[in-house]
Design a protein around this ligand. Structure first.
Ligand SMILES: Nc1nc2c(ncn2[C@@H]2O[C@H](COP(=O)(O)OP(=O)(O)OP(=O)(O)O)[C@@H](O)[C@H]2O)c(=O)[nH]1
Ligand SMILES: [Mg+2]
Length: 340
């Protein structure tokens, strides 16, 4: 076991952009260490600068390969990149990363790229919370671009990517006639579509199918809707005003880097659009509102647990069993004790 770094020192290192401090801070958040909240709290004032890009799509569409190529592309512009792969089967965790195109584990000593994978073992809400916090830590550590990869299956995973500033949905041809993104309910959350594996047969058809879907489905209007009620409250910008974002469908060949420069351009264009249209703040509002909600729920759940012992709970159930108390009265009694 390496010596445990004191929290204060860890925070200083993190804010200095030290990779080791970042790695350890993320571990503490992931493990729910007792100083996890303190770390996130200290980091928070230094967040809100990075462009957060979610990359999602059906399993095996080439998300990790694309993330890798994209990171390399950003590096050519001198931008630093943090990568969070929310995926237990991620090749990032294997050490020898993604073949030889980009050796991100070392990135041959490139301080400008930092990759972290997060296991899904914490599951559901825990995973969403740990990911959201890890992303804040990346941001506080000063990364310019943060890429978060999640597999587009399962609500928790999809939502982690869906609350990014910019969402890339990755599609691949040759997985049957169906557009995978539709099946997975990803059509609504895309700001950009990448039809990856465009070196394969059927890519054109996939592009055409997606474009048709976007035309009939209302394109930018969906983007407005998908970020939830807070966006609507901020006023809906329609295509008519000329301010809308039209969702591009881009072909990429992640393994060779083909089309990745165009993808980067689209992401940068979306970033600019978010800022100029005021949407950047809307997306952040949605993220922060979710975070607040989950923290409040955690806190209340913990207090509820503490307010009533296991024995007291059992006793109530026994009384219900004897029909001495009905479920509603029992619930009221629990809440009353909790509120005392
Ligand atoms: N032909 C071709 N193969 C690709 C391309 N991009 C990725 N692949 C291959 O597709 C396979 C899956 O790639 P990954 O990047 O691991 O896909 P993923 O979407 O991250 O997979 P999961 O995280 O498991 O859902 C690998 O064997 C890649 O080499 C591409 O553009 N063309
Ligand atoms: Mg992957």
């Amino acid at each position: 076991m390496p010596k445990r770094i004191p929290t204060r020192q860890l925070i200083d290192g993190l804010l200095n952009g030290e990779r080791r401090a970042l790695a350890r801070a993320i571990s503490r958040v992931e493990d729910g260490a007792e100083d996890a909240a303190r770390i996130v709290q200290a980091a928070f004032a230094h967040t809100g600068k990075a462009h957060l890009v979610g990359i999602t799509g059906a399993p095996g569409t080439g998300k990790s390969t694309l993330v890798s190529a994209l990171a390399e592309c950003y590096r050519e512009y001198g931008l630093t990149v943090g990568v969070l792969a929310v995926d237990p089967t991620s090749p990032y965790s294997g050490g020898a990363l993604l073949g030889d195109r980009v050796r991100m584990t070392g990135h041959s000593g490139d301080e400008g790229v930092f990759i972290r994978s997060m296991a899904t073992r914490s599951g559901g809400g825990g995973l969403a919370k740990a990911s959201a916090e890890a992303l804040l830590l990346f941001d506080a550590a000063g990364f310019d671009r943060i890429l978060v990869e999640t597999v587009g299956a399962g609500q928790a995973e999809v939502e982690i990517a869906a609350v990014a500033d910019t969402v890339v949905v990755v599609e691949a041809p040759g997985m049957g006639d169906e557009i995978q993104a539709i099946k997975a309910g990803l059509l609504e959350i895309a700001d950009v579509f990448a039809v990856n594996k465009a070196d394969r047969k059927g890519a054109e058809r996939t592009v055409a199918a997606l474009e048709m879907m976007l035309e009939t489905g209302g394109g930018a209007a969906q983007t407005v809707m998908h970020h939830g009620q807070l966006m609507e409250a901020g006023g809906v910008v329609s295509d008519d005003s000329g301010e809308g974002w039209s969702i591009p469908v881009l072909k990429t060949v992640a393994v060779s880097g083909g089309g990745v420069a165009r993808l980067r351009e689209a992401l940068e264009a979306h970033r600019v659009w978010l800022q100029e249209s005021g949407r950047q703040a809307d997306r952040e509002r949605t993220r922060l509102a979710r975070m607040l909600q989950s923290l409040v729920e955690d806190e209340l759940r913990a207090r509820l647990e503490a307010a009533l012992s296991q024995a007291q709970r059992q006793e109530l159930v026994e009384r219900m069993l004897r029909r001495e108390v009905d479920p509603y009265c029992a619930a009221t009694e629990v809440v009353k004790r909790f509120a005392e």
